[in-house]
Design a protein around this ligand. Structure first.
Ligand code: PLP
Length: 377
């Protein structure tokens, strides 16, 4: 691989060597289908159970609350599409959701649902705004834990409280879903203590493989998915389980989550140092004060695609907004506009994102290159 300074970890992280080894070990030693009743099937089922228990323990949830999917996009689709089974009501999301969530609104509207999109001025959704949108026909609230463009940490604990208070007063149930892809091991997310009903996660943001994701369901019994197909994953997600990828995810998470508080603190220091360098060079930081240590968004002196190209010429991989903006053009920019950032600033926004193995030396090299490029303007 060519020498590069990789600062696009919010898009994807490299697979760790331990995760790769776990993948090949399981692929070679557990060839059976966990649904088969012969010996190899039973061994694969035991292995799957073992991995699920270990991951659930790390996430401080019960193993029967954890379901494996092909990625966060599928976890989100499972939850939101399940609404199509029910009589139409209202869904409330935030204006800064990933397309994996936001793209469901037109489909739900087509099926008679009412939708509301909460503003996120400064990058954060306000619990008061959520309170004002709750109506007796509200069935779901979907607000992410950490935004993928700016790293803004959403006040999920307070948002759930608002929903629970409304439920109590109106004697109805509202499903609180949180896309938590950028939060896993990176912010202080507490699924159980905050009483979240459902959450999505992705393996490839924590040194695990692509194509493996997780869905947390507080009360799986009450959840009816659109596609249970072959009945795998307790009927919540049909399809043969990707056991090698699940083993790899376990290995990746064991490493990512071990001593994660001190790792997060170290990354925050790296982020602070780079922020200081940018501020000293007259660049505005777009990530709010309460944001993930792993994401730093700032206004570059040039349009995003020009500055990321200049960085790339120096061996630095960074991103304009979000990786997905390369497919759905302007997505990152749209999120920034929805936060109230002026268009001329949103156009120049660049995202630098870290892994918990990003080194101080890599950060120093980045600072040197940023100074050089910004001062040469
Ligand atoms: N949600 C957020 C906030 C993300 O950052 C991403 C990945 O970019 C996704 C959802 C989609 O995740 P996956 O690639 O696992 O489908």
């Amino acid at each position: 691989m060519a020498m590069s300074l990789y600062f696009d970890n919010a898009a994807t992280t490299p697979l760790s060597e331990r995760a790769l080894k776990a993948y090949t070990d399981t692929a070679l030693n557990f060839p059976g289908n966990p649904s088969s009743s012969h010996r190899l099937g039973i061994e694969a089922r035991r292995k799957l159970d073992d991995e699920r228990s270990a991951i659930a323990r790390m996430m401080e949830i019960e193993k029967n609350q954890l379901f494996f999917t092909s990625g966060a996009t599928e976890s989100i689709a499972a939850v939101i599409s399940s609404l199509l089974f029910t009589t139409p009501g209202k869904i409330i999301i935030s204006a800064i959701e990933h397309e994996a969530v936001a793209s469901w609104l037109p489909i739900l509207k087509e099926h008679g649902w009412t939708t509301a999109t909460l503003k996120a001025k400064g990058g954060t959704v306000s619990p008061h705004d959520l309170e004002a949108e709750l109506t007796p026909d509200t069935k779901m609230v979907a607000i992410m834990s950490v935004n993928n463009v700016t790293g803004a940490i959403q006040p999920v604990e307070e948002l759930v409280k608002v929903v629970r208070a409304y439920e109590k007063d109106h004697k109805r149930k509202i499903f609180f879903f949180s896309d938590s892809v950028q939060a896993l091991g990176k912010s202080g997310l507490k699924l159980r203590a905050w009483d979240i009903d459902g959450a999505s996660f992705s393996g490839h943001k924590v040194n695990g493989p692509r194509g493996i994701g997780m869905l947390y369901l507080k009360n799986p019994a009450s959840f009816r998915p659109l596609a249970s197909a072959g009945g795998q994953e307790e009927g919540k997600r049909g399809g043969t389980e990707n056991l090698p990828a699940i083993s790899a995810l376990r290995a990746a998470l064991e490493d990512w989550l071990s001593d994660s508080e001190s790792k997060n603190k170290r990354i925050q220091e790296i982020k602070d140092k780079i922020s200081e360098c940018l501020t000293a060079a007259g660049r505005e930081i777009l990530s709010p004060a309460v944001s993930s240590p792993y994401i730093l968004s700032f206004v570059s002196p040039f349009p995003s695609e020009v500055f990321t190209r200049m960085l790339s010429d120096k061996g630095v991989e960074a991103s304009a907004g979000s990786a997905c903006s390369n497919n759905a053009k302007g997505e990152g920019e749209k999120i920034l506009l929805n936060m109230g950032i002026r268009p001329e600033k949103a156009r120049n926004a660049v995202r630098i994102s870290f892994s918990n193995s990003t080194t101080e030396e890599e950060a120093e090299s980045l600072i040197r290159i940023l100074r050089e490029l910004i001062n040469a303007k």
